[in-house]
Design a protein around this ligand. Sequence first.
Ligand SMILES: [Zn+2]
Length: 139
Amino acid sequence: MLTGPDGRFALTDARAGTGAVVGRALEAAERAAELVRSRVEMLRAYAETTGCRRRYLLGYFGEELAAPCGNCDTCEAGATAEEPAPAGEFRAENVRHAEWGRGVVRTVEEDKLTVLFDDVGYRTLSLPVVREQDLLERC
Ligand SMILES: [Zn+2]
C-alpha cells in the first residue's frame, strides 16, 4: 500500500487480503495521527520553554546556535543568561531507540532532548535518563 500525493491510499499488492489492507491502512492512519500529536507537543514545548526560543527553533530545523541569541523574549527576560551550551554528545545525530526505532535529534537542552522518530514522531526525553539507561544508540 502506498500513500499518494493527495493523501489517499493506493493498493500496491493486488494479492493482499482485505483484512491485511485495512490493517495496514489503520496502522498508517495511526502513525499519521501520532505525528500530528507529537507536532502539537513540540509547539507546546516551544511555548513553555524557559530557554532561548531562537535556539529552540533552530534546533527544530536541525541547526545549532552555540549561545542564547540575546534577542528573544526569554533572553530579554534574563531567563537564559546562564543557559549552558547544548550537550554535545547528541547534536543533530541519527539515533535508534529500542521501541521507537530510528530518529534524528532535533533539540538538545540542559536536561532534555527532542528526537524526531520516523515512526512515532517527536519525543522529548530526559537527558540524564537517556545517559543512565543508554536509551539511544547513535547510528
Ligand atoms: Zn534567545
